[in-house]
Write a protein that binds this ligand. Structure first.
Ligand SMILES: [Zn+2]
Length: 308
């Protein structure tokens, strides 16, 4: 966060005039700070030591003297996989996330990640080791529905692709055997990581989302916080079967019932866990929620017992 700041000098509707101490750029993003609230605004005019800003939220309660922080960058939109299936407010806050947190009414000062950080996508490389790339070249693509998101070299970056783009394993393919799965466990560098991290990172396994990972752990009867190294052979075997089982069922049924394809058709896979599931469909135990690794994970304490 930039240290450049200012103080509110006047409020007129959604326009706020700010006196600043250093320098401010036209169209720069700024935040009016009110206690815990940070109201986003954009600089629309600079006159001497004063900047006029348009605040994109209700300015009720903003008073002369309120602190203002300048962000140092322009108003921008985040692009990437997950964008197409999400509905946003005007500041790119995902409405489903806000609804989960606050219900029907959008509070002021809400800032949410525009794209889900805990969802894993399949990356198909287009550049190979040894290729020379420069800004704007496509390194690979991520497919969302019928669209391809290109992952491109950013401005100011270029060089030779050094990494070994080894092939990923299709969890539904013949090569995803129990022995191969065991090897992924043995090769995993962080035995003290939670098993959920293993499923997120799994270096060679093709992508699936957070929602399916918790389904897999539920079917295997394993708590998401269990350490990778603590799983015994039987549990690894159950997890291997659950990975295949969940993905096979989801594929057969056209995806999850709580998401739609890009034509608005919901899938037929009904998840056992999620924000709306109150108690376990198998044992009736109330579903628990744990927040870690940048997302919420649901589990059934009855079916997914701690060992011993
Ligand atoms: Zn249960």
């Amino acid at each position: 966060m930039s240290a450049r700041s200012g103080r509110v000098k006047g409020v007129n509707g959604n326009l706020v005039t700010v006196e600043f101490n250093e320098s401010v750029s036209q169209n720069e993003v700024a935040y009016v700070v009110q206690g815990d609230l940070r109201l986003i605004a954009e600089v629309i005019r600079v006159r001497g030591r004063y900047a006029d800003m348009q605040v994109f939220e209700s300015t009720a309660g903003i008073t002369v003297g309120d602190p203002v922080e300048f962000a140092g960058d322009l108003l921008s939109v985040e692009l990437g996989p997950g964008l197409l299936a999400t509905v946003y407010d005007g500041l790119q806050n995902p409405l489903n996330v806000i609804a989960e947190r606050h219900g029907f009414f959008l509070p002021r000062g809400e800032q949410t990640e525009a794209l889900p950080r805990d969802q894993v996508w399949e990356f198909a490389p287009r550049a190979a080791a040894g290729d020379r790339v420069r800004a704007g070249d496509t390194l690979g693509v991520v497919t969302e529905g019928i669209f391809e998101h290109r992952v491109m070299v950013p401005f100011g970056v270029g060089g030779v692709v050094p990494v070994d783009q080894s092939r990923t394993i299709d969890p539904l393919g013949p090569e995803f055997t129990l022995a191969r799965f065991e090897r992924l466990f043995a090769e995993y560098p962080k035995p003290n990581h939670p098993i959920k991290a293993f499923l997120i990172n799994r270096p060679r396994l093709r992508g699936f989302g957070n929602g399916y990972m918790q389904e897999m752990l539920f079917r295997a009867g394993i708590q998401p916080t269990r350490k990778v190294a603590s799983l015994d052979r039987d549990e690894r075997k159950r997890l291997h079967r659950a990975v295949r089982g969940v993905l096979a069922e989801a594929t057969r049924k056209g995806g999850s019932a709580d998401t739609c394809d890009i034509y608005g058709r919901p899938g037929g896979y009904v998840k056992a866990l999620g924000a709306r599931v109150k108690s376990c469909t198998v044992c009736r135990t109330p579903i628990q929620k744990k927040s870690f690794l940048g997302g919420a994970t649901y589990y059934c304490p009855g079916c997914q017992k701690e060992p011993g």
